[in-house]
Ligand binder design. Structure first.
Ligand code: GAR
Length: 213
């Protein structure tokens, strides 16, 4: 059994997809044991509560320096004995000290096809605004491992979504969530928990699903 922490900053629809997947068929032996929000009163904390998952708040600005923030975050992660951290709409950047302690054990969902429209400053609606401004015809979502480079870790899975001529950032965001994010994230978490993701030279390979004996 792997203990999963989901880190969030907003409404939490990706968290909801994970909670629903766990309830419906399990997460390949993983279970969500806590939700960590970057600020108080976010919708994601209410979703956690509705599923009786403990919610924690770890707000960077509540600490005088990065190290104190990291220590507080580590204390929460240790309290729940966390094996896997899932960033599900977590909109701040984790430092090298955090990504190294959890190397290849932090995954993130990004609402574009990395390496397009990613990196510092590309989050939430801004990503979809940039895709529309560039006039691309296809976008999508990417799940990747997290290292110290924003959106720079090994790609695990991607799903493409077509852009429609009359899309706004809001309609595009919704379609990318529905057609890609909410499907991809639970799928990758399940594969991680079943030990199906191999990483070699910063590239990932998915191995066959293990059969129950
Ligand atoms: C999602 O679209 C997620 O991919 C994005 O924020 C949204 C959160 O929605 N994450 C990023 O942009 C990270 N760079 P949610 O709170 O409803 O899951």
């Amino acid at each position: 059994m792997l203990n999963i922490a989901v880190m969030v900053s907003g409404g939490g629809t990706n968290l909801q997809a994970l909670l629903d997947a766990e309830k419906a068929g399990g997460l390949g032996g993983g279970r969500i044991v806590c939700v960590i929000a970057s600020k108080e009163n976010v919708g994601a904390l209410r979703r956690a509560e509705a599923f009786s998952v403990p919610g924690e708040v770890c707000r960077r600005t509540a600490f005088s320096c990065e190290e104190e923030y990291e220590n507080a975050l580590f204390a929460i992660l240790d309290k729940y004995n966390i094996d896997l951290i899932v960033l599900a709409g977590f909109l701040s950047i984790l430092s090298k000290r955090v990504t190294e302690r959890y190397a290849n054990r932090i995954i993130n969902i990004h609402p574009a096809l990395i390496p397009s429209f990613c990196g510092k400053g590309y989050y939430g609606l801004k990503v979809h605004e940039a895709a529309l401004a560039a006039g691309v015809k296809v976008t999508g979502a990417t799940v990747h491992f997290v290292n110290e480079i924003p959106d720079g870790g090994a790609i695990i899975a991607q799903k493409a979504v077509y852009i429609e001529p009359d899309d706004t950032p809001e309609t595009l965001q919704r379609r990318v969530m529905e057609q890609a994010e909410w499907i991809l994230l639970p799928q990758v978490v399940r594969q991680f928990c079943q030990g199906q993701i191999r990483i070699v030279d910063n590239k990932t390979y998915i191995t066959e699903e293990k059969q129950d004996v």
